[in-house]
Every structure is written in C-alpha cells, then in structure tokens.
Design a protein around this ligand. Structure first.
Ligand SMILES: *Cc1c(COP(=O)(O)O)cnc(C)c1O
Length: 226
C-alpha cells in the first residue's frame, strides 16, 4: 500500500464522523510527507522540535503543524510563531512559557492538556487532580496568549481491548467533567486527541475527535522515538 492510499483509506473511514486525522511523520523524510500532502493531507504531527522546525522550513506553507511529544520550556520559542496545536502541555510552567512566547509572536496558541491515562510509568501527562489544579489557578486565568481547546491522552501500549477501552472512556468522562466545570460556555473547548495506529478505531468509538496516526500511514519507523 502506498502512503497516498493509506491516507485515502483512513480518511474514508473517519471523515463521515468528523474526526480529524493527524499524520504523524516523525523520523520520516520530506519525500514521504510530500506524498501524503499530494494525497490531500494538510495536518502533520511531530514529536521533536528540531525536526518539526526543519520540516516547517522546507515544506509547503499551508501545512498545519502539531507538536505531539514532550516539550521542554527552552524550546517553546522555536515553534511559537507558527505551531497550530500543542498536544502535550503537561505543566503550568510549560503553559506559562507558551503564553509568554505567544505574546511575543502576537498569537493565541492552541493547546491541549495531556492527561495521564496509561498504566505505565514512563508516559508524560497531568493527573486528573493536577489538571484541575492548573485550570483553577490564578496564573492560568491571567494567560491571554494561550487557548486550551481540549485534552490529549496516550493509552497503555497493550493489545488488551478492554483496558484500552477503559482508558479512552476515562479520558472522555474526564473531558465531560472539565467541560462542565471550566469551559461551559466556550465552544472552542471540544477536542479529545486520542488514538494511534493500533487503537484509533477503539478511541473513535469512545469519543475521540483527533487521531494521531503514524506507522499505519508511513510504515514502521526504524527506531523508537517515544
Ligand atoms: C509516535 C506517536 C504517535 C503515532 O504512533 P503510531 O503508532 O505510529 O501511529 C501518536 N501519538 C504520539 C504522542 C506519538 O509519539
């Protein structure tokens, strides 16, 4: 299967239900991204700042770039001028920095709070309590140059469908509570970024609005980057 065909097949699968497809292109060469681009794909996700900036500089300017991996505060400045969505906000410190750099670029930067849902110790993310604490803080309420548009989660790397389902369900349920408590009259808070190549169908069943798909489009990566 070609990259173009993979994109078309996934799009057909998810378009009717209004789920957004992020083509996760980390480690892949520009030629692969262009093939996806020519098949109509315009949203790409990367997990490393340097690689993302290099691709942004060399590929067509109508691409929307999403950062999906852990972001260090000292690197925010490189992506603040152009990034479309940061999926991986996992601390108030990071959010403050994004707000500061957003102000410098005269932008309001769209962000998702990354919520910890996996049964693994290595994954980044905010616990439910930490997310609530962040959203309740005076510091957050003063930020003018960020826009929290939803939540993101990475499920456990397992094939157990019942566990994956449970984790996605938890994120969806938490999303509903957060929407009700903090974003009731804010139509922009509507995204749940969950689901990757191996589990996106299950994630969509549980209410995902954004799926992040890499290997299912571009083939396996040569090395593990998470
Ligand atoms: C790499 C990555 C993906 C895509 O993974 P695939 O299994 O290749 O689809 C999705 N989300 C995040 C955060 C990633 O780092």
């Amino acid at each position: 299967m070609s990259i173009a065909n993979n994109i078309k097949n996934i799009k057909t699968e998810i378009n009717s239900i209004n789920v957004k497809l992020i083509a996760v292109s980390k480690t892949k060469p520009n030629s692969d991204l262009l093939e996806a681009y020519q098949a109509g794909q315009r949203i790409f996700g990367e997990n490393q700042v340097q690689e993302l900036v290099e691709k942004y500089n060399t590929l067509p300017k109508d691409i929307e770039w999403h950062l999906i991996g852990h972001l260090q505060t000292n690197k925010v400045k490189y992506i603040a001028p152009f990034i479309s969505l940061i999926h991986s906000v996992d601390s108030i410190k990071l959010l403050k920095e994004i707000n500061k750099e957003g102000a410098k670029s005269n932008r309001k930067i769209n962000c998702l709070l990354q919520i910890y849902i996996a049964d693994e110790e290595t994954k980044y993310g905010l616990g439910f309590d930490e997310a609530i604490e962040l959203l309740s803080s005076a510091e957050y309420k003063e930020m003018q140059n960020i826009n929290i548009v939803g939540l993101m989660g990475i499920a456990t790397n397992t094939e157990k469908q019942s566990q994956l389902k449970e984790e996605f369900y938890e994120l969806k349920t938490f999303f509903k509570g957060i929407k009700e408590s903090f974003f009731k009259n804010n139509d922009e808070f509507k995204e749940i970024s969950m689901g990757m190549s191996s589990d996106y169908k299950l994630a969509i069943e549980q209410g995902s609005t954004i799926v992040r798909i890499g290997s299912h489009i571009f083939g396996n990566r040569d090395y593990k980057t998470e």
